[in-house]
Unconditional design. Sequence first.
Length: 81
Amino acid sequence: MFLRCVGDWVSRLPDRYDHLPRLIPYLLSGMFDDFQEIRETCFEVLEEAGQEEEREKVPLSFGFILKITFFLTKSLGKRTS
């Protein structure tokens, strides 16, 4: 799946910090997709990226995104429309 591939790039590319501004929009747009599976995949990918950052002990420049995505996933998951 494309979003998993983007997640691998965000987490594992040696020069990923140069590419984050181009890759993060794909994951963020997936958080608002109509399909639950895509929203869940984006959330999981962002969680994995955050965990990788914590393991490397590098400050996560997009740390606020993880908190927002958690909130949005919980909010969107409960939406019935």
